[in-house]
Design a protein around this ligand. Structure first.
Ligand SMILES: [Zn+2]
Length: 397
C-alpha cells in the first residue's frame, strides 16, 4: 500500500486523507468488491502500542542527557518520528493517571471518569465511546484473540478497559486481556471442568472462581471464552507451571506474555500496559529509574522479535506513549513521586516507528495524547468516529 505524500495530503481534508489510507490498505489483488464490511479480512499493518506507563517524565526517557531508556531514545526514535511535546490537555475533570491516560489512548477522547463502583480512588472506568479494538473488529474480521491488551498483575481495575458501553460497539467487539488474573481464572475453570477437585474442595473452588469473576462487575467479559486464548494459557501453564511464581513478575512478565502472544496468537493490534515505574509512589527513586529501564529492555526485545518474524517484519508499527507524566516538585525528596494533575504530569511524548512512518523526524510542537487513537485508526484503515483528535499526520512518510 501507499500513503499519500505530504504535498498530496495538503490538498486533502481529514476525511479524504483517512479514506485514501483505508483504500490503500484494502485495494489490490486480494480486495473483493462484494465482501461486506463485517467480514472484510484484515491485511493492513499491525500496530503494537507500548504504554510506557506507570507515568514517566520526559527527563528520564527522551531527554538528551539523562535517559534511562537508551533503546527508545537512541535507536527507535531516531529511526522513526518523535513528538517530544505530546501533552494531556488541561481541562476540568481531566485527570493525569493510569486508567484515564490508557482510555485517552484507546478512545481518542478526553473524558471525565468515575469509578463504576463509586470508590474514591478506584479506577474501574467504563469508556463511553468505542476503543480502538472495538472499531478495528467492527470494520474487519479480526478475532478477539488478535486484539490484545497485556495487563499487569496488580492492576485489576485496568482489566476492564477491553470494551466501551457504546450501543453500536461494546462487548461483541471487545479485546482479549492477558494477565495473571486471567491466568488464575483459566486454571480454576479448567480444573473444575476436568474434575480435579472432589469432596469439600469442589464447592470451595467454585466459590473462589465466582469471587474472582465478580471482581468484574461487567462479568460478561470474563465469562467469555476464546479457544485460542484458552490454548495460550494451557501452553503457558505447561511451560511455567501453575503457581504464578516461576514466571517473571512485573513488567518483565508483560514482556514475556507479549512475546509469547506474538508467536502464538498473532495479534493485529496489541496494547502492552507497562507500569513498573509507578512503584516510585512508595518513595524509592530507584524503583522509578529501574522501571523505565525494564520497559526499555522489553521494548527492545519485542522489537527484535518483530524484526525476526516474517509475519510482522515490515508490516508492524510501534507506537510508544506514556499514560501520563509525573510531577516535578522540587520541595519534596522525590520530585517525581506522584502525578497529581500538575503541569509536568501532563507532559508526555510519543515515538512512532515502522512502515509508512517517516524516519529521523522530530515534530517539536505541542500535540495531544488523544490524537494517538486517530493516528492508529489511520494507520490500520478504519474509522474512529468518536475520537476527538486528528491523526498525527506529520508522522507519516
Ligand atoms: Zn501512579
Amino acid at each position: 500500500m501507499r500513503i499519500p505524500s505530504r504535498a498530496e495530503r495538503a490538498m486533502m481534508d481529514r476525511r479524504d486523507f483517512l479514506g485514501a489510507i483505508a483504500v490503500g490498505l484494502t485495494a489490490g489483488p486480494t480486495a473483493h468488491a462484494n465482501r461486506s464490511a463485517m467480514t472484510r479480512p484484515y491485511d493492513g499493518r499491525n500496530v503494537i502500542l507500548i504504554r510506557f506507563g506507570g507515568g514517566v517524565r520526559r527527563q528520564e526517557t527522551i531527554d538528551a542527557d539523562a535517559s534511562y531508556a537508551p533503546f527508545l531514545k537512541n535507536v527507535l526514535a531516531p529511526q522513526g518520528v518523535l513528538f517530544p511535546q505530546m501533552q494531556i490537555t488541561d481541562a476540568p475533570g481531566i485527570v493525569t493517571s493510569h486508567g484515564e491516560g490508557t482510555l485517552n489512548i484507546l478512545t481518542g477522547k478526553y473524558d471525565v471518569y468515575r469509578d463504576i463502583d463509586g470508590r474514591l480512588l478506584g479506577a474501574r472506568f467504563e469508556a463511553k465511546v468505542p476503543t480502538l479494538f472495538e472499531a478495528l473488529r467492527k470494520a474487519y474480521d479480526v478475532p478477539t484473540s488478535q486484539a490484545l491488551i497485556i495487563n499487569g498483575e496488580d492492576r485489576i481495575d485496568e482489566e476492564f478497559y477491553s470494551f466501551s458501553n457504546h450501543h453500536l460497539f461494546g462487548v461483541d467487539y471487545r479485546s482479549s486481556v492477558l494477565s495473571l488474573y486471567r491466568f488464575k481464572l483459566h486454571l480454576l475453570r479448567r480444573d473444575l471442568e476436568q474434575g480435579r477437585y472432589s469432596g469439600r474442595q469442589e464447592p470451595e473452588k467454585r466459590q473462589e472462581l465466582r469471587r474472582l469473576e465478580q471482581l468484574d462487575r461487567r462479568a460478561r467479559d470474563v465469562a467469555f471464552r476464546s479457544p485460542e486464548i484458552d490454548h495460550f494459557w494451557d501452553q503457558w501453564a505447561a511451560y511455567y507451571g501453575r503457581s504464578g511464581l516461576v514466571n517473571p513478575r512485573g513488567d518483565r512478565l508483560l514482556c514475556e506474555l507479549a512475546l509469547r502472544a506474538l508467536r502464538t496468537l498473532r495479534p493485529r493490534l496489541m496494547l502492552i500496559n507497562f507500569n513498573d515505574p509507578d512503584y516510585v509512589h512508595w518513595g524509592n527513586p530507584s524503583h522509578y529509574t529501574r522501571g523505565v529501564t525494564i520497559i526499555d529492555e522489553s521494548l527492545q526485545r519485542i522489537h527484535q522479535a518483530v524484526e525476526a518474524d516474517d509475519f510482522y517484519r515490515g508490516r508492524t508499527v510501534f507506537v510508544v506513549v506514556p499514560d501520563c507524566g509525573r510531577d516535578n516538585n522540587p520541595l519534596v525528596a522525590v520530585p517525581y513521586q506522584h502525578h497529581f494533575n500538575s503541569a509536568h504530569a501532563r507532559r508526555i511524548f510519543a515515538v512512532l516507528w515502522g512502515p509508512g512512518i517517516d524516519r529521523g523526524r522530530i515534530v517539536d510542537r505541542p500535540v495531544e495524547q488523544c490524537q494517538i487513537a486517530a493516528t492508529v485508526s489511520a494507520l490500520m484503515g478504519f474509522e474512529m468516529p468518536y475520537a476527538e483528535g486528528q491523526p498525527l499526520a506529520e508522522a507519516f512518510a
